[in-house]
Design a protein. Sequence first.
Length: 86
Amino acid sequence: MKIGTVRPSGFDDRLGQIDARIDGLNASFDRRFRHANGGIAAAMAMGGTMIVPDSTVSMNFNLATFRGEQGFSGSVVVRAAPRVYL
């Protein structure tokens, strides 16, 4: 007597559909992580603004990379009063 594997009809098709859906979710997560990494790179670039001592206007351009994503920022800082910067 030989015992074999019994599979209900359509089992392989359903399994293939589940695999395809999981692959789609993985691709979606990968895109979202790339967007998040780009935001982190941009925040790092914005955090690098410097004010030149004894000047009324300072201009900055900063670049940053984070996990393969690049971010950049440009800023102009004006001293309105001795301790007030805009």
